[in-house]
Design a protein around this ligand. Structure first.
Ligand code: UD1
Ligand code: CA
Length: 470
């Protein structure tokens, strides 16, 4: 059976004051349309057609750039003439799927979930309906279409602006999510007329048209209280972010994760956190980040697509596409840039940046150091202020530091270069050639002492000061 999805995403974020489609506004760091597509994929639906309109090329770019288990296509709605008109634009997609059911969703209502989608489909199929509307019972129904119930189904949906005073009192609203039998939808879709308060082609008019043709129509009340929520402006979007943020934190509280204070804490929906881990304030966990057990993710950490082993302690660490193995201790004020691998038991201290490098087991990089494009062995010690010179303005080169080496303070390692096993570099040296194992490399001028040189200088300075203050 070819059940399929149409996502309506023609709207502009006009009141958001942006020049992009509203459905691309982020909730917890992911576009709202991404939430919607994920819910479809989680419900096992793998044929999606997105109706784009305003800045449609941005929708295309987003869809093309995402890795998806579903087949996603797009169609253009050049003029914004209403939700029914938007679905008309997907006519050929519908005609390819006349043997199944079509789920219609709003690209700017991110909290639709797989259970609701599947529950509504079950009702839709068991009652052999032409249309099943997903609804929500809310305290304030302002702006939403009202669902008009009958004894064993519904009679239709009336838009807020078209409601009688009696209908305005209805608290069961249309979430904007529907299952249609595809062939039945095609039968009525082109019959809808824009004769209503907004002069638009309302998709909701299909419900009444279907009933008139003797098709079954019913409503499925979602257990999800946020199923219909969308945002029209920045304030509304912030509210959606707060709802999403709290629901993810709630899930991890249930899993026993300790939060010392959730101010500024934001955790993406795909993040995984191991038992016994503690999360402090102002921590952002993004993308496919995975955190092991018994870790401390201290204040101010931002981790994106980063994998952290067990018993790791981080404090003010920013990490992007990095891997940190067990028992590492990192921070404060450390940046791990992409393709960094920090091995077991490594210690990284304040103001250190590491990029595209492996830092071997038990190595220590304690302060003010830059390690880029390097392969560092185990039990190496970096003194304060070491820098790898990995870039000559044109190309990047690698630095190799073998096990047990000792890099003196303020050493410059000019790549390509290799510091052999157990070798030392003297503080302040600029190392341009390979250092053999167990050797000491010193590259600095000999110290010269000029006895009593400073005395004359001091006398001159003192006189100048006294003259100035006579
Ligand atoms: C719609 C429903 C309303 C429901 C509400 C839930 C209709 C007539 N009304 O109202 O019953 O309670 O959703 O949020 O359908 N869109 C297009 N092209 C258009 C018009 C809309 O792509 O020409 C897209 C929008 O970008 C949005 C979705 O369709 O993603 C819903 O449109 P919106 O204008 O928000 O519909 P409402 O008037 O809120
Ligand atoms: Ca809306």
């Amino acid at each position: 059976m070819s059940d399929n999805v149409i996502i309506l995403a023609g709207g502009q974020g006009k009141r958001m004051k942006i020049n992009s489609p509203k459905a691309l506004c982020n909730v917890l760091g992911e576009p709202m349309i991404e939430w919607v597509m994920k819910a479809c994929e989680n419900a096992g639906l793998d044929e999606i057609c997105v109706v784009k309109g305003f800045a449609g090329e941005q929708i295309d770019a987003y869809v093309e750039g995402r890795s998806s288990s579903a087949k996603v296509s797009t169609v253009m709605q050049a003029e914004r003439l209403g939700t029914g008109h938007a679905v008309m634009m997907a006519e050929s997609f519908l005609r390819e799927h006349t043997d199944g059911n079509t789920l219609i969703l709003c690209g700017d209502a991110p909290f639709i979930d797989a259970d609701t989608i599947k529950g509504a489909l079950e009702l839709h199929q068991s009652k052999d309906n032409g249309v099943t509307v997903v609804t929500s019972v809310v305290d304030d129904a302002t702006g939403y279409g009202r669902v008009i119930r009958t004894e064993n189904g519904i009679a239709g949906i009336v838009e807020h602006k078209d409601c009688t005073p009696e209908q305005l009192k209805v608290r069961e609203i249309n979430s904007g999510c529907y299952w249609f039998r595809t062939a039945d939808l095609l039968e009525v879709l082109f019959e809808i007329k824009p004769n209503n308060a907004q002069g638009e082609y309302y998709l909701t008019d299909c419900v009444e048209l279907m009933i008139n043709k003797g098709k079954g129509a019913d409503a499925f009340i979602s257990k999800n209280p946020n199923v219909a929520l969308g945002a029209n402006d920045r304030r509304g979007l912030l509210k959606l972010n707060d709802i999403a943020r709290m629901s993810v934190i709630d899930k991890w509280l249930d899993e026993g994760i300790e939060f010392t204070c959730i101010d500024g804490v934001s955790i993406g929906t795909d993040v995984v956190i191991g038992r016994g881990t503690r999360i402090d304030s102002n921590v952002e966990l993004r993308g496919k980040t995975v955190i092991g057990e018994d870790c401390i993710i201290g204040r101010g950490c931002v981790l994106e697509n980063t994998v952290i082993g067990n018993n790791v302690s981080l404090n003010y660490v920013q990490a992007y596409d990095a891997v940190v193995d067990e028992c590492a201790k990192i921070g404060p004020f450390v940046q791990l840039r992409p393709d960094t691998h920090i091995c077991k038991g490594v210690k990284i201290g304040d103001f250190v940046e590491i990029k595209n490098s492996t830092i071997g087991e038990g190595t220590s990089v304690s302060h003010l150091t830059y390690v880029g494009d390097s392969d560092v062995g185990s039990n190496v010690n970096f003194g304060c202020g070491v820098a790898t010179a990995n870039y000559d303005g044109e190309k990047k080169f690698r630095t190799v530091v073998e096990d047990n080496a000792f890099i003196g303070c303020n050493t410059n390692l000019v790549a390509p270069v290799c510091i052999g096993r157990g070798a030392y570099t003297a503080a302040g040296s600029t190392i341009t050639g390979d250092v053999p194992a167990d050797a000491l490399a010193i590259e600095r001028a000999e110290e010269i002492i000029k006895e009593d040189y400073a005395k004359k200088k001091l006398a001159a300075r003192t006189k100048k000061f006294e003259d100035a203050h006579k």
